[in-house]
Design a protein around this ligand. Structure first.
Ligand SMILES: Cc1ncc(COP(=O)(O)O)c(C=O)c1O
Length: 419
């Protein structure tokens, strides 16, 4: 019973995983929050630490038998501190949303006001959306991007902050293609006496790679996921100043979580080691170069990009004048082997189920070692598909071209972890 492999125990699930493997290998994964975790990360995430209860923190657990779990978690913490120069790190949050939940739980009381980016302008659900816990238990007030520049204007943010007097300002987004200057955000927070939290879930890898300004010196707390540009296992971390360490740790456990996912924490440690290694900075720089090249190509092809381009790993393509909405575009591209997600554009007139835009990103295709020439090729393919939405023949041709490109930039060739 214990030694049977997946394909013997559950051929149905093995076949599903085979299908997903083939999909990831033969499609262009261009959802900017997705990536390919390394074999070492996958191996660790599938390890025996899934068996262990380890409530508490290294050296102070509520369960016995935690010596190796303490070592794994301490290693993750130490590596994260080294990589980001953080005073304190908590590696236990199961997800980015739970990391944010823990920070609010630590720093706010029910009903307190916090200021964050509007979801419809690029913020995240956990930044105060009314259907989310963050909008239900607190009082979120929102800033957005300006109508003309489609960028955040910090003077405008300051005006709003002066009026609503937030206890906490949240800077960070899921769909903002421009740089965030955390030093300037600190100045805004100080002017209104607010705490400052950066949610860098998307751009954490760029920060580690030195191609995006660093929030750690300026923010009281920084939350991040580990599975996006950082290329680790699905999960999250919180970095903070020493003075908030105890509050944050208590908010994560026992505040919003119980048993930590030790197998995932072990895999976070491995991903952080990879991020400290030679080549990671180059990888991050290439993500940005690739995004800029793709943006340039799409604009040359007549697509309007929100804010006129990108400084990071993603871009928002406005399809309002192209006769397809974001959902239709994402479906047409998926048929062609290019996986993107629909996205609202700022001041969108369409509902979130349709959206006027798509949000392509380059982290995963850069992991496959694609470079600028491939970005031009991909830009042309996206353009051909979206300019001819009624032409199934073009989609079939592009599907073949995508297959060929994926063959030339293989991924997970020798991974065989479930057979
Ligand atoms: C800015 C931001 N914060 C938080 C999250 C939440 O992460 P998770 O999906 O792990 O809850 C995301 C996810 O996309 C995000 O973009």
């Amino acid at each position: 019973m214990m030694n049977r492999i997946l394909s013997e125990v559950d051929p149905q699930m093995a076949a599903i995983l085979e299908g997903e493997m083939k999909r990831q290998q033969t499609c262009l994964v261009m959802i900017p929050s997705e990536n390919y975790a390394s074999k070492a990360v996958l191996q660790t995430q599938g390890c025996i630490m899934t068996n262990k209860y380890a409530e508490g923190y290294p050296g102070a657990r509520y369960y016995n038998g935690c010596q190796f779990n303490d070592m794994a978690e301490s290693l993750a913490i130490e590596r994260a501190k080294r990589l980001f120069g953080a005073e304190h790190v908590n590696v236990q949050p199961h997800t980015g949303s739970q990391a944010n939940m823990a920070v609010y739980y630590a720093l706010l009381n029910d009903g307190d006001t916090f200021l964050a980016m509007d979801v419809s302008h690029g913020g995240h659900l956990s930044h105060g959306r009314k259907q989310n816990f963050s909008g239900r238990y607190y009082n979120p007030v929102f800033y957005g991007v300006e109508k003309d520049t489609e960028r955040i204007d910090l003077n405008h943010v300051l005006d709003i902050a002066m009026k609503c007097k937030p206890k906490l300002i949240v800077v960070g987004a899921s769909a903002y293609p421009r740089i965030l200057d955390f030093k300037e955000w600190r100045e805004v927070a100080d002017k209104v006496g607010a705490l400052l939290m950066a949610d860098v879930a998307h751009i954490i890898g760029l920060i580690a790679g030195g191609v995006h300004p660093d929030p750690v010196p300026y923010c009281d707390v920084v939350t991040t996921t580990t599975h996006k540009t950082l290329r680790g296992p699905r999960g999250a971390m919180i970095l903070c100043k020493k003075e908030f360490a105890e509050k944050i740790d208590k908010a994560v456990f026992p505040g919003v979580q119980a048993g930590p996912l030790m197998h995932v924490i072990a895999a976070k440690a491995v991903a952080l080691k990879e991020a400290l290694e030679y080549g990671f900075r180059e990888y991050q720089a290439q993500i940005v170069k690739n995004a800029k090249k793709l943006a340039e190509c799409l604009m040359k092809e007549g697509f309007r990009l929100v804010s006129g381009g990108t400084d990071n790993h993603l871009m928002l393509v406005d399809l309002s004048d192209k006769g397809v909405n974001g959902q239709e575009a994402a479906d047409l591209l998926e048929e062609s082997g290019i996986i993107v997600n629909k996205n609202l554009i700022p001041y969108d007139t369409k509902p979130p189920t349709q959206c006027s835009g798509i949000r392509p990103g380059t982290p995963a295709i850069t992991t496959r070692e694609m470079r600028e020439p491939e970005m031009e090729q991909i830009g042309m393919m996206i353009s051909r598909v979206l300019k001819h939405p009624k032409n199934a023949k073009i989609r079939a041709e592009v599907r073949q071209e995508v297959m060929e490109l994926c063959r030339n930039f293989p991924i997970y060739q020798d991974i065989d972890i479930w057979r």
